[in-house]
Design a binder for this molecule. Sequence first.
Ligand SMILES: [Zn+2]
Ligand SMILES: [Zn+2]
Length: 366
Amino acid sequence: MLGKECKAAVFSEVGKPLEMRQFKLPRKLEPRAALCKVKMSTICGSDLHTISGRRTEPAPLILGHEIIGEIVALGSDLKNDGFGEKLEVGDRVSWSIMASCGRCFYCELDLPQKCEKLRKYGHTCCNEPPHLTGGYAEYIYLFPGTAIYKIPADIPDEIATPANCALSTVINAVETIGLNEKESVLIQGAGLLGLNLVALAVEAGVKKIFVTDVVKSRLDLAGKFGADFCINVKDLACKEVVSQIRDQTDGYGVDVAFEICGVKEAVGLAVESLRIGGRYLIAGLVMPGSDLGIDGNQLTRKYLTVKGIHNYNPKHLGMALRFLEKCSQKFPYGELVGRVLSLSQINEAIESASTGKHIRIGVRTG
Ligand SMILES: [Zn+2]
Ligand SMILES: [Zn+2]
């Protein structure tokens, strides 16, 4: 296998379709690296942002970070997965979206997702070896410092594939801000992060789940996942939304809110909707210029806690896979990947993903 040729879809510039190119698999693996045959990728919103030019990445590159694969070669020192189970050729695996050095200032602080030598899958120029670092390809090279997890057998490919992005991130979000069965929660955004968050909130046994979005089909899905109140904020004034939430919380407001919609204007609504002493987790504002436009007076007088997170610690991926193993049957996870196309149809898959009709589009490689 090592040293052979394979194909990958390469993004080179905005407005140009991805192009299939030949790459050579490495001849040798670093001791803690692995080589995987890609089984499936799903197209994330951030990939679409790169393709449309809303976000800049070092091109040319192989996009795709929501990936699962099958191990075809293991470095000599790579023995176990993140669960401590023995890794072997042929294992179906998921891995963290980033590789970290384990030694720098942030790694020492247990923030490996902010490693000073961070390498992210689907975000690295493919001109440099090992070239194959994105999901829209037949093979992928897993750098040393990547957390690899065997996927429990009961989780289908379509459900396991995006778990290393959305579900792992919201598990981090819940762990960071806290959530318990006595509380009510507002989830701003019913994309993949929001739907996963509804599932986590249901499993945490929370009192009431409010979800806001501007797309009816997404809100319908949030309802199917178990949200109690799905509010379309498209044509509603902030005041009306806040009064709906207060009416359902004895006039106090929600205990916890999550921003995962990427819309800065949503922040004011959450600050109004939170009770005194409430907690707010911001995880969706990844674009520069996200001025919050809120009155600091409210943070002070309302005793609010506001925290931010970005991505996740590798352990959250292990928790995500265990959660899916236990709970994925209870929720309509099967409805999230609307279509699955082959790698040779990558441009059609991207077009389909851009319509926003489906939560995810899958790209099957093997
Ligand atoms: Zn993603
Ligand atoms: Zn580091």
